[in-house]
Design a protein around this ligand. Sequence first.
Ligand SMILES: [Zn+2]
Length: 420
Amino acid sequence: MKLAVGTTYIHNGQLVDGTGAKPVPNGAVLVRDGRIEFAGSATDAPPIPSEAKRIDARGGTIMPGLVEAHFHSTYFDVAALEDLDIKYPVEYVTLLAASNAKLALECGYTAARSGGSLFNIDVWLKKAIEGDIAVGPRLASSGREICGVGGLMDWNPDFRKIGMDGLVLLVNGPTEARAAVRKLVKDGVEWVKTYPTGDAAAPDANDHHTLCMTFEEMHAVVATAHNHNLKVTGHCRATEGIKNALKAGYDAIEHGTFMDNEALDLLLKRDVPCVPALYFELASVERGREFGLSQRVIDGHQETLEGGAESARKILQAGGRLGMGGDYGFAWNPHGDYAKELAFFVDYVGFSSLEVIRCATKIGAEIMGRGHEFGTLEPGKLADVLVVDGDVVEDISILQDRTRFIAVMQGGLIKAGQLA
Ligand SMILES: [Zn+2]
């Protein structure tokens, strides 16, 4: 991805640097050749070259670009799980994914980690974005997900004769689990996304207290992935599934819904990050009926919501790391709503806005393994910067309104916002 050439001076706004530190009033950021040269109080800024381009934050906020830590570029706002892999051909889903990536950038998300993709679309979407062929967040890809046969993602009955090959690699036993990871290695993914547990979405055979992979399968996935320098994560709701994942050596936990003290200890021992993706649950409860979800499914989402919120509070209080990502791409939780996750964590879960911003920037970048490159406003980092018209610390819901973005920058280049 190209970097800006020359200098840009962003001024006249509070500086929120993404580390969790208190905002710096009258802050400023100096960008040189796409990287941050200075970030701090305007009174401490070095001399500003006369030819520098100036961006006036209009008394608003200067902050790091947001990181969506659980992004499904290929989920096209589906109302039913079955729609995901059979409604459209791969050619059209690829175009939808490119459109979703552009939307995410316009929403202030300058980076995103894939939480699973149809076919190998996110791997190539990432290449297109890195090559400035498409616009979107800097991506970490994961390609197809892995699930045990008969588990959550194996929803199409056999009589339909649908192989599920676009969405998920179905495995029986550690040998097949290893083969699935080896296929993903060849595909070029960075993260291997697995399904250790079920979900409220499938109350009959794979509910949120059900396991969808054995420990042996999960361990085989980790050993193979780590050998090839890939990381492993998994959809973990049930307590036992979270523990299996942590004992098997997972690098991140998605959801981490029903976390008891033993699971929490295992998480903290290796400082494994967790991405709760929780607003999805509230949206499922509030809007599920509108889209035909049964009361049983909605009740399951309510239980998931409460369990997930409690676990997130425990992790934060214990000093663990949380990423902000939201499983967007369902009809009741569509692309474009990404920042609802942030306000939800303030209003419903009880985090402070600065804590949430830290999770959505610094920790997100760390989860992607790129904390040294972006995620905070610090000298030497890529100038992935948001300039927002408003005080996002006072009212984090401002981040939901993309008309309030004065500039969304990647590497010092304005890619979206009023000035684009
Ligand atoms: Zn997901």
